[in-house]
Design a protein. Structure first.
Length: 402
């Protein structure tokens, strides 16, 4: 169910209003693209101008308004969990209209939708020496896009499953712009760079990073100056992640971080997860979501910020019924203010998510609510709030291109 909250009013001094010169109602910039990638999408809807290949990695352009509510318009963001595509044939993965048709209305209804692609993407390379390795052809990104997914993270413990050669093929796919991919890059600057999209006059930023690495592969999997790899959230690199959040904060109105962290098969977050969430909220994140446990973990407010510790699986071959519990988190935000959130439960059937309805959906929401206590989160915001007339009704829903 959607949560709303009364707001504690405090005075905010607007510092400046800067025009970005955007001609459409939305403008998308994937700052994680490499230098020189300037191919415009000529097929983009004019109401959703796509400049995902623009090279603005080092942009320090401030957000359109210094007011914490930005333009004052609400934006919806949908976050879903792990997509490995394991067990699906190439023909099924490539079925752009059918693979995710059941969940597509949920993903498409949000202004920005995101999942974790927990696999190498492409066809190159050789599987590294680890227990589970995944690789999916690039057509999988087409299927995600057809279902309404706007951006994916590959900052996880499977993004480099097929070694450096396989990762080079993944970077080729990224450079071709089939789908904005964050959390990986040709170096650390690109890997930690945010995806940015403007919706309803609000600049939304998302950063992704991984806290789970094969122990023997941490160094060569982690992006560094001049070294391709994954954005790391591990302790040795967490300050670099926090700095990326600090750097992005003044350039956007709403800032989210998507992490790969936690302990597998656990339904309560561990101390490390809570430590990272505290760090990132202190650095300026408004929303922190994550995956890796292959189980649902609690979601709710930490102060004024929205946290979801575990979104479980999305497109996944799970060996148990609990592993097939899935869903989509939809967050409504007006600038820095989180107006509310809604858990839309689903069940994985034939390896793909199918939304629950009726009594089953209600039970799914109640099950998620029950996880809130051990996560240390609350159903309503408990912070000082942000300036706006008191809310008296549920936040309005928004859709792409409106």
């Amino acid at each position: 169910m959607t949560r709303t909250r009364s707001l504690v009013i405090f005075a905010v001094v607007a510092a400046m209003v800067i025009s970005f010169g955007c001609s459409g109602s939305e403008d998308e910039v994937n700052t994680a693209q490499g230098a020189g990638d300037t191919n415009a999408d000529t097929n983009a809807d004019t109401t959703n101008a796509d400049t995902t290949n623009a090279d603005t990695t080092n942009s320090t352009e401030p957000a359109k308004q210094a007011d914490p509510l930005g333009s004052g318009e609400a934006v919806t963001l949908a976050f879903a969990g792990d997509a490995s595509f394991e067990g699906l044939s190439i023909s099924v993965v490539s079925n752009t209209t059918g693979l995710l048709s059941a969940i597509a209305p949920v993903m498409s209804a949000a202004d920005i939708s995101m999942v974790n692609v927990e696999t190498a993407v492409g066809t190159g390379g050789t599987a590294v020496n680890k227990q589970f390795t995944f690789q999916v052809p690039e057509q999988a990104l087409d299927s995600l896009g057809a279902a309404g997914v706007d951006v994916v993270t590959m900052a996880n413990n499977h993004g480099m499953d097929f070694g450096k050669e396989g990762f080079a093929d993944t970077m080729r796919v990224k450079a071709e712009g089939k789908m904005p991919i964050i959390g990986i890059g040709k170096d650390d600057t690109e890997a930690y760079a945010p995806y940015i999209k403007e919706v309803n006059g609000q600049r939304i930023g998302i950063i992704a990073a991984n806290d789970i690495y094969p122990s023997s592969m941490v160094t060569w999997w982690t992006a560094a100056p001049g070294v391709p790899g994954i954005a790391s959230a591990e302790e040795a690199y967490q300050e670099q992640l926090a700095q990326a959040v600090r750097d992005a904060r003044p350039t956007v109105n709403t800032l989210a971080v998507y992490l790969h962290f936690g302990t597998e098969k656990e339904t309560c977050p561990n101390a490390r997860q809570k430590e990272l969430v505290d760090l990132l909220i202190s650095a300026g994140a408004d929303i922190v979501v994550g995956t890796h446990a292959h189980r649902l973990q609690g979601m709710g407010y930490q102060g004024d910020q929205l946290v979801a510790f575990g979104l479980s699986n999305f497109i996944f071959k799970a060996p148990s019924a609990v592993g097939n519990t899935s869903g989509v988190l939809v967050v409504t935000a007006t600038g820095r203010r989180i107006d509310g959130y809604e858990w839309k439960p689903a069940q994985i059937q034939n390896l793909v998510p199918v939304p629950l309805t009726g009594a089953a959906a209600s039970a799914g929401v109640q099950a998620m609510d029950a996880l809130q206590s051990c996560a240390g989160l609350t159903p309503t915001a408990t912070g000082p709030g942000f300036e706006d007339p008191p809310a008296t009704k549920s936040p309005p829903s928004t859709k792409k291109g409106t």
